[in-house]
Design a protein around this ligand. Structure first.
Ligand code: GDG
Length: 469
């Protein structure tokens, strides 16, 4: 289960409806696994006040949970994206704490838990995804003690001193401890969680395991709280990258942009955690300083629309669009813009063509659980060309050591990395890209699933045998 189902409903011109993959990291990573396992996926279908009957796509059965417009406002835009998202991303934006948002978060989490409790077979494994549903594990355990419950957090877990701001911190921790396995992106997230557990509950952590003391209903039990860095289906991306029509499209993109010597690319949901403003500032200064020649360079920024009704996102969009206008106004000529800004979503094939067309990919989040875009770029570059500039604050930086690692707050450092990437000799590109591709191929999503789901199955087995068995 996840807040959103992996698909968006599209209403065609003739009034008929169809489903299209929804953008975002959770879907990219998890869908190939779920498709293979043939699970039931419980989540919101994306439109408020609408009751949609369960349906099937391939081997997946999808069970929509209904949300009212007030639920969307308070549980989703409010508590999930106005409180938890900024708090868990190092308070880059100011989190807001409102009791009515929290009340609704509890109510909606209960609705999700009840839905799954009704649908799950005896002794089933339930896999709960992400920050919108952190209370579900404990609620579900109470309703259905037979289930094995796994939770995965796709975003960072904050340091305990920041998490401490949350008025309902203890309740969230207890919610998560309802799971048998709690998975995180990075070691630092798992460590922060275990320290937080020790600080706000009576449960001690021993290595990766938290021991939850016995209650009147249940003996003591253990929760595995560990890092399982997520990844992509690298071969699926490579397969698209090999297609002749996608390669042709990559060439066509370069032609359409006037065959620049250097094509730089950014691909992000339009989110303030992704460091788009810092990236644009660096690019703007490089043009102003004359270190980048607008006659030879184009920067394409794909900014996929996201959370458009949340204030901080509206404000970000306005700021980004003013900066884009300023850069092109100051440095463009008739027929040539140094910055191409695209505020819309694209097909997987078009994304891969963009990756193939780009000499440099700029991934500069201020904080990011993992960042799959960085991994996708490496998986697609079978030609071993191209340079990845990667923020050290993305989880992916732990694995992609041969990227040009940057601190996006350090604008001078970021500028130097961009220039270095644009001028990097082919031999160095090859050496670095080979290493990045190996890192992604060796740790693809199948590897992640084997590790994570392996631990979940072990937990299920241990529950079956019972303590002392
Ligand atoms: C969260 C965490 C973590 C984007 N626009 C389009 C499109 N995308 C795809 C990308 C990529 C995914 O969406 C974005 O994934 P990221 O990992 O970069 O970022 P989040 O959405 O913030 O994901 C993140 C992730 O969960 C997984 O755990 O890595 O840290 O924040 O796959 O390619 N795909 C298509 N059209 C678009 O316009 N087809």
């Amino acid at each position: 289960m996840s807040n959103r189902l992996p698909v968006d409903r599209v209403v065609e011109e003739d009034g008929s409806t169809s489903w299209r993959a929804s953008p975002g990291g959770l879907v990219t990573a998890v869908e190939p696994i779920v498709e293979q396992l043939g699970c039931l996926w419980v989540g919101w279908a994306g439109s408020a006040d609408e009751r949609i009957e369960p349906f099937e796509i391939g081997a997946m059965r999808l069970a929509p949970v209904e949300l009212s417009s007030e639920d969307v406002e308070r549980y989703y835009e409010g508590f999930s994206n106005g409180t938890l998202w900024p708090l868990y991303h190092d308070v880059i934006a100011q989190p807001e704490y409102h009791r009515e948002w929290w009340d609704r978060y509890q109510q909606v989490n209960r609705r999700f838990a009840e839905r799954v409790a009704e649908a799950a077979a005896e002794d089933a494994i339930v896999w709960v995804h992400d920050y919108q549903l952190q209370l579900v594990p404990a609620m579900l355990r109470e309703l259905r003690p037979d289930l094995t419950i796994a939770f995965f957090l796709h975003i960072p877990f904050p340091p305990s001193r920041l998490f401490a701001q949350l008025p309902w911190r203890k309740r969230i921790v207890e919610g998560l401890l309802g799971a048998d396995v709690v998975g995180f992106q990075q070691v630092t997230d798992a460590v922060a969680f275990r320290m937080t557990v020790e600080r706000f509950t009576r449960a001690p952590a021993l290595g990766n395991t938290v021991v939850v003391p016995s209650t009147p209903d249940e003996g003591s039990r253990t929760v595995l709280a560990q890092e399982f860095p997520i990844s992509i289906d690298a071969e699926a991306f490579a397969e698209v990258a090999r297609r002749p029509e996608v390669r042709r499209r990559a060439e066509e993109i370069r032609e359409e942009l006037g065959n620049p010597r250097t094509l730089m690319l950014g691909v992000d949901r339009l989110d303030y955690t992704k460091g788009i403003r810092h990236r644009l500032k660096a690019y703007k200064e490089l043009l102003e300083d004359g270190e980048i020649d607008p006659a030879e360079t184009v920067f394409v920024q794909v900014a996929t629309p996201s959370r458009e009704r949340v204030d901080a996102y509206r404000q970000l969009r306005d700021e980004v669009e003013v900066t884009v206008g300023r850069i092109n106004g100051d440095h463009g000529t008739i027929g040539r813009a140094p910055l191409v800004y695209l505020h819309r979503g694209y097909s997987r094939e078009e994304m891969v063509a963009l990756y193939l067309a780009a000499d440099v990919l700029l991934v500069t989040p201020l904080r990011d659980g993992m960042n799959l875009v960085a991994k996708e770029y490496a998986a697609c570059r079978l030609d071993e060309r191209g340079v990845l500039v990667l923020s050290e604050f993305a989880g992916a930086a732990d694995e992609l050591r041969d990227a040009l690692l940057v601190n996006p707050h350090d604008i001078e450092g970021l500028k130097a990395a961009i220039v270095r990437a644009a001028l990097m000799p082919l031999e160095e590109q090859r050496r670095r890209m080979r290493s990045l591709r190996r890192a992604v191929d060796d740790n693809d999503v199948a590897h992640w699933a084997a590790g994570y789901l392996g631990s979940v199955l072990a937990a299920a087995e241990a529950r079956r045998i019972g303590p002392g068995g």
